[in-house]
Design a binder for this molecule. Structure first.
Ligand code: FAD
Length: 622
């Protein structure tokens, strides 16, 4: 049945697995995706939305490198918002509401249209090993399939256990079987594993809701999109709605607390801190008698609705009674109750920067299996694992993104250097160089890197080069062009009333905080330049950011350069830390287990102090 050997086998068709398959296959590896259910490729297990704060930046980075998540999101979006638009551009974060069914369908079609990608539906129950290397997988039907590399992206499925009130049953997601065999085998090989938990709210029938009692949450008036390619921009959008819980709702929920698996000790593992269940919120924030609920449509045509903010594993009768007391939900009909799920993960300090395991060569882990939460975090790891699996079997240099190059670099470096004991999600605050890692410039940062390794195609590169060229020339135009105070003062008066007396370059006025591109476009010279050079909104936005934030950007680039100096001090592969007696005991233990590749990485390990770094630097002759 499988007489040929594949280059790469990807196990699991969630967000990580789908990106890993696309990346490896697009780079030229003969790739097989083995997943438990071919109907659920790219399935959104929880909320029907992509992006958001820091996550939106990740989706744009995936797109810039040549991944598919941005394209799929644009093709299946029903609403688009640029979050944090009132803050500086480092905080702007794109977010789309998606049609859940179309999202999964678009993923399936995109992969079917990817040359070199094959598919097989089965549960992988173990990996095949020869010496210190993985050589394929074994499925629950006993079939052995050979490959040069394997990427595991099992998500929430490994020994998944679903909880609803006092009921618990095995499952990887509602209505789907758990995956067994893999954890036990890997632990037998010497891997550490742990348990984590996550939860999801009930889904309800939109026809049973009274939207007139809720506050509409429309999308942006001028919606943008994720992909830097020519994907569709939304012409119409669907509204979300907002409502609130109340003291009565909280009382009704509390009635079920003694039957809650969260509180009666059945759920032992840690859940996502920043995505707490409603019972957790009531318990933790006792002074609040109201929490927001976002009512999100699940698609263009379906009546199913996602109740964002009401994630719960309380008994279904308690969920129902409490939700009925929420404004607008008085006649609610349930499609499915909320639930929590516990699953196995593998502490990610067992991985290299390429996401290859340290213990077994050519075996890669990506996504929720590494202790992360979120589609975007999973997808980006899948992309990087797929790329690196392809590069490794072709004996090419690994592909690693630095912390000042991409959120993806921050994510992976955090995971493998610091590990995580609770589900890890990305935040802008995790990135020390967030002024550099903006959503608007992911293509400028990463498309050349994606092109170099053969993933991003010619068209991406050409678009990126055109945007770069046009925006740099536009900035030069502002630097060179003088203005007439009489022409500009009426505009300035309307902005900050601080007028100018003598002519200077436009760059200087444009740098003022309250002066925007719209103000500049009121000047004939600027609007003339824009139409002569056919500049689009993206180029204008890029030029505006480069003018207004040039000082901050330069400063961060300098800081990043300093870090690179430490990044260049490499620690030999099998360095013997036991010989350095002046290292603290904790530092020695952590360094021995994580085995950082550079001094810079060593400095980010918790428990390794600046004094320990000095000891290392002295020993390494620096
Ligand atoms: P998944 O999307 O879980 O995909 C795993 C895939 O692997 C599936 O297709 C499965 O069939 C397949 N598979 C697994 N094992 C095998 C095997 N042995 N053989 C073959 N195929 C296999 N994220 C948030 O950011 N916020 C939340 O609030 C949130 N809540 C969640 C609530 C629930 C109930 C669940 C289930 C998930 C939730 N998530 C949440 C997490 C989000 O769904 C995941 O982060 C994301 O889907 C992870 O992607 P992944 O590709 O790693 O795994």
């Amino acid at each position: 049945m499988f007489d040929k050997e594949y280059d790469v086998i990807v196990v699991g068709g969630g967000h990580a697995g789908a990106e890993a398959t696309a990346a490896a296959a697009n780079m030229g590896s003969r790739t097989l995706l083995v997943t438990m259910n071919l109907q659920t490729i790219g399935q959104m297990s929880c909320n029907p939305a992509m992006g958001g704060i820091a996550k939106g930046q990740i989706v744009r980075e995936i797109d810039a490198l040549g991944g598919y998540s941005g394209i799929i999101t644009d093709r299946s979006a029903i609403q688009f918002k640029m979050l944090n638009k009132s803050k500086g551009p480092a905080m702007w974060s794109p977010r789309a509401q998606n049609d859940r069914m179309r999202f999964a369908e678009e993923w399936r079609l995109a992969l079917e249209n990817t040359p070199n990608a094959d598919f097989y539906q089965d549960m992988v129950s173990g990996i095949l090993i020869l010496g210190d290397r993985v050589v394929g997988v074994r499925t629950s039907l006993g079939i052995e399939i050979r490959s040069k590399a394997v990427v595991l992206t099992n998500g929430t499925f490994l020994n998944g256990l679903i909880h609803i009130g006092e009921k618990q049953f095995g499952g990887g997601r509602a209505g789907e079987k758990a995956a067994t065999g893999i954890t036990e085998q890997l632990v037998g090989l010497g891997f550490d594993s742990g348990r984590m938990k996550t939860g999801t709210p009930p889904r309800v029938d939109g026809r049973s809701l009274d939207y007139s009692k809720m506050i509409p949450q429309p999308g942006d008036e001028k919606p943008e999109k994720f992909s830097y390619l020519n994907t569709p921009v939304l012409k119409t959008q669907r509204d979300c709605h907002m409502t609130h819980t109340s003291a009565l709702v909280h009382d009704l929920l509390r009635e079920g607390f003694d039957r809650s698996p969260m509180f009666n000790g059945r759920i032992k593992s840690l859940g996502p801190r920043y995505c707490p269940s409603i019972e957790d919120k009531i318990n933790r924030f006792t002074d609040k008698d109201s929490h927001q609920i976002f009512v999100e449509p699940e698609g263009w045509d379906t009546v199913e609705v996602y109740v964002n903010g009401f994630s719960t594993s309380l008994p279904e009768d308690v969920q129902y009674r409490a939700l009925k007391s929420v404004r607008g939900f008085e006649h609610v009909k349930f499609f499915r109750p909320g639930y929590a799920i516990e699953y196995d993960y593998f502490p990610p300090t067992q991985l290299k920067h390429t996401l290859e395991t340290k213990l077994v060569n050519n075996l890669y882990f990506a996504g929720q299996i590494n202790g992360t939460t979120g589609y975007e975090e999973a997808a980006s790891q899948g992309l990087m694992a797929g790329i690196n699996a392809h590069l490794k079997i072709n004996e090419k240099e690994p592909f690693v993104l630095k912390r000042d190059e991409a959120y993806i670099g921050v994510l992976i470096d955090d995971l493998i250097t610091k590990g995580t004991e609770e589900p890890y999600r990305m935040f802008t605050s995790r990135a020390e160089y967030r002024t550099l890692l903006r959503q608007d410039n992911a293509d400028l940062r990463l498309t050349p890197r994606g092109f170099e390794i053969g993933l991003a195609k010619e068209e991406r590169m050409r678009r990126m080069e055109e945007k770069l060229d046009k925006s740099e020339k536009f900035v030069d135009f502002f630097k060179k062009t003088s203005f007439d105070p009489e022409e500009i003062n009426p505009i300035l008066e309307s902005v900050d009333s601080a007028t100018v007396r003598q002519s200077d370059k436009l760059f200087k006025v444009f740098s003022r905080p309250k002066v925007t591109m719209d103000h500049m476009l009121q000047l004939n010279e600027v609007s003339g330049y824009v139409s002569e050079n056919d500049l689009d909104a993206e180029v204008m936005e890029q030029a505006e950011i480069l003018v207004k934030y040039s000082g901050y950007i330069e400063k961060e680039k300098n800081n990043a350069d300093k870090l690179h100096r430490l990044e260049n001090v490499r620690i030999p592969d099998h360095f013997d830390y036991s010989q350095l007696k002046s290292l603290s005991f904790e530092a020695r233990e952590k360094l021995e287990s994580i085995r950082p590749v550079t001094i810079s990485q060593a400095s980010r390990i918790s428990g390794v102090s600046p004094a320990d770094i000095s000891v290392l630097l002295v020993y390494l002759g620096r």
